[in-house]
Write a protein that binds this ligand. Structure first.
Ligand SMILES: [Mn+2]
Length: 321
């Protein structure tokens, strides 16, 4: 716990960063394109200022990302060395730093750069409600008058593009499009970022999607769409649980759907449930089963035989529709 916590402006954050020599950056646990893009862009740019910078994340970056974006390979999973300054990038609260939370919390000189409008857990807090943390890093780099090369632009674009859902979520505003234009001008590999984050799938992921679609059921005139995969399905394709993560989107994409539900058999007769809502509060439903999340993107675990679990969900959703 920091005894004094203060809010800082972009200019103040930039001045703080400029005054330090060795800096540790922390991406959040289970990293997304924004935390990775923002921290690596900041690291590369600050090294051009002759600063010593390391990036830490408690979760390994996936092979697909590493193969396409080589600088992500520099991210370290264990803490090392001494630093003058620590920055938490895209972390709405201290727990988002995962296993690095204690080391960060014990250190005096810390700065949050985040857009979730969350808690103030650092000594200095640069917190906005921007669409992405990469937009905040862009402002810091401009303040420091650092050159933005094509790699930095690619990483900044990565977070902008992923946190706006490829410029489709309702957080996509004029500033997001203007920054995209700037990144394109600096040489960002926009097509590659789009392909890796929004198009590429593995063969197994596509096979699982096909099976889940053939298992699709519609209830309440299509207002609830349920899809599922059993352990036998996963085994048949030699798949792991995290290869099923995007499938729920197919359920909620049905135009009539207010709720989309994906059940994956996590262990025998235990189902991991992902729910998405359109103007329908799925968190409320997941809460009833001890889960939670966001209002329109939530999850829970339910034990039982497949048909019983589906029936429980249909009843709980039907009650709220
Ligand atoms: Mn973010």
């Amino acid at each position: 716990m920091k005894s004094t916590k203060k809010t800082v402006t972009v200019a103040e954050a930039a001045a703080l960063i400029a005054s330090k020599n060795s800096i540790a950056l922390f991406a959040h646990t289970n990293p997304d394109g924004d935390t990775l893009g923002a921290s690596v862009a900041l690291a590369v740019a600050l090294r051009n200022m002759r600063k010593s910078v390391s990036v830490f994340c408690d979760t390994p970056v996936g092979d697909k990302l590493l193969a396409n974006f080589t600088e992500l390979g520099e991210i370290k999973g264990t803490f090392d060395g001494k630093y003058d300054f620590m920055i938490a990038v895209d972390c709405g609260d201290l727990s988002r730093l995962g296993t690095f939370s204690p080391v960060y919390d014990r250190f005096a000189e810390t700065l949050t750069v985040d857009h979730h409008g969350g808690s103030y857990y650092s000594k200095y807090n640069l917190v906005t409600n921007y669409a992405s943390t990469c937009q905040m890093v862009y402002e810091i780099l401009k303040e420091l008058r650092l050159t933005i090369d094509k790699d930095i632009a690619t990483y900044l674009y990565m977070g902008l593009c992923t946190d706006t859902g490829n410029f489709s979520h309702n957080n996509t505003d004029k500033n997001a499009f203007l920054m995209a234009a700037d990144m394109w001008q600096y040489g960002a590999q926009t097509e590659k970022v789009n392909r890796v984050f929004f198009k590429d799938t593995t063969l197994v992921e596509t096979q699982l999607l096909g099976r889940a679609i053939s298992n699709l059921r519609s209830y309440f005139d299509g207002r609830l769409i349920v899809m599922y995969l059993t352990q036998a399905d996963l085994k048949e394709f030699g798949a792991t649980l995290n290869e099923t993560s995007g499938i729920v989107q197919t359920a909620i994409n049905v135009d009539t759907a207010l709720a989309g539900v994906m059940l994956t058999e996590y262990s025998p007769n235990v189902y991991k449930i992902s729910m998405r809502g359109k103007d329908f509060d799925v968190r409320n439903v997941c809460n009833q089963f001890g889960g939670g999340g966001h209002k329109f993107a939530s999850g829970c675990m339910i034990g039982g035989f497949l048909e019983d679990v589906i029936e429980k969900i249909v009843r709980a959703v039907g009650f709220e529709l």
